[in-house]
Write a protein that binds this ligand. Structure first.
Ligand code: EPZ
Length: 417
């Protein structure tokens, strides 16, 4: 099992470039199922979730799925299999994103229920309700979602709560439906808008993506297109917080600061100096900043995917802060590990109370989910002594070359077996 060894205390300085957004690339790769043409993608991050999706598309019938230098071309001239098997889905719940496209492309899909994960039960009932509204008949058989339809028809559907991949599944299904679909209470994350941009480049007719109401006028078929994936806003925020915590001065390049305004505003309130350009952010590290409460919410609010990293930041802030996680029911798996490093954090339901500033000490810790592992890395950067983080495959799922990027900023980081 690969581990990451970090010696804390080095001040970070220099420039780090952000990779493409994993959570934009995943639905856009699945959208390749909707056309017999070729979807040429660039700025695709080399992370394990993407490799899992490419393996799934190969299983479905993609001709070649080689990802090199951020480039991959998806071409599925014929669907060989309409099934997303448990072995693949259990490692990445975003595999559910092939459900809508398979239904729209060939009227049948058999996708394993994703099952829970470290951060929560992760139901897909809203995906199923929406696809049924478009005319699909869906049964749950032996842990699989089995969906059938002659032809999907455009309808109006309101999500009872905002769901990112639920919105994305419905957009992809509606793209080839008969008639127009109106989706209400949609997720507004930038990754949803990026998917719509890619689909429109393929000939879809989608309006309103990025707002809570999206209209999709079904077309008879989609063609080839090229598309560049947007920068990863969660990776961006992770390095901004690393710079605030352990920086001298860090520049985060090839990013889109307008996608992380909730974080930038919060850091400003805390008295941390962050300057945002068009495609970069410069942050100056500091040892004195005020603790600030946080409540995660759907976009454009503060993202749940940055909550664990923010908690690491709060352990070094002056004063107490309350962090409220409103999206997932179990997203505090990082707390126990941070406490083992010396943090003073208590959990009360959906709230974590962090008392700063506490000196952190290096320790043997274990990553539990993708973003929790990032928070352990941040804590290790400012902990006294050596931290060894186990199960870092969680990191590789969503962060491209994180150890190399941190090393280039001067951190003392190395992979050990
Ligand atoms: C997406 O997951 C992201 N993954 C997650 O990032 C992110 O944390 C999440 O959105 C919230 O922003 C991808 O985009 C691949 P949701 P998703 O459906 O779509 C409940 C990462 O770190 N819900 O927006 O699965 C659900 O339980 C990952 O890269 C239902 O009840 O999340 C949750 O409480 C982790 N029924 C809330 O809605 C449904 O049918 C939001 O979930 C669907 C969701």
């Amino acid at each position: 099992m690969e581990k990451l060894k970090i010696i804390g205390g080095k001040r970070l300085k220099g420039l780090v470039s952000v990779s493409g957004a994993k959570n934009a690339a995943l639905p856009i790769l699945a959208a390749g199922i909707l056309t017999e043409g070729t979807l040429d993608l660039t700025n695709v991050p080399y992370v394990w979730d993407i490799l899992t999706m490419l393996r799934l598309l190969f299983h479905i019938g993609a001709e070649q799925v080689i990802l090199r230098n951020g480039k991959v071309a998806i071409r599925i001239p014929k669907v060989q299999s309409s099934e997303a098997p448990y072995e693949l889905v259990k490692t990445m719940r975003a595999s559910v994103l092939v459900l809508g496209p398979l239904l729209a492309r060939n009227g049948y899909a058999k996708v394993s229920m994703p099952g829970g994960c470290a951060i929560g039960e992760r139901p897909v009932n809203l995906h199923i309700d929406g696809l049924k509204k478009l005319g699909a008949s869906i049964e749950i058989e032996h842990g699989y979602i089995v969906a059938r339809c002659k032809k999907l028809t455009g309808e109006e559907f309101a999500f009872e709560r905002k769901t990112v991949t639920g919105t994305e599944n419905m957009i992809m299904a509606a793209a080839l439906a008969d008639g127009t679909t109106k989706l209400v209470n949609c997720a507004m994350e930038p990754e949803v808008a990026d998917l719509a941009d890619a689909l429109n480049a393929m000939g879809a007719k989608i309006k309103g993506a990025g707002t809570d109401t999206i209209e999709i006028e079904g077309v008879s078929s989609l063609g080839s297109a090229s598309h560049r994936i947007i920068p990863d806003r969660i990776e961006t925020g992770t390095y901004v917080m690393a710079g605030a915590l352990a920086g001298e001065r860090v520049e985060i390049a090839q990013c889109n600061p307008s996608h992380i305004t909730a974080l930038l505003d919060k850091l400003g309130e805390m008295g941390i100096s962050v300057k945002a350009g068009n495609e970069n952010v410069v942050v100056d590290g500091t040892e004195n900043y005020k603790a600030k409460d946080l409540r995660t919410s759907t976009y454009p609010g503060f993202p749940t995917d940055m909550q664990a990293q923010y908690m690491a930041l709060m352990t070094q802030a002056d004063g107490a802060s309350v962090i409220t996680e409103t999206i997932f029911e179990k997203r505090f798996m990082h707390v126990a590990e941070l406490v083992r490093m010396g943090a003073d954090i208590t959990i009360d339901g959906h709230n974590a109370i962090v008392k700063g500033k506490t000196a952190l000490k290096g320790a043997q810790v274990m990553a539990t989910d993708l973003r929790a592992s990032a928070s352990l890395v941040l804590a290790a950067l400012v902990a006294e002594g050596e931290t060894v983080i186990d199960r870092i495959y969680h990191l590789h799922r969503g962060y491209e070359k994180m150890d190399e990027k941190l090393k280039s900023l001067g951190a003392h980081v190395e992979k050990i077996k």
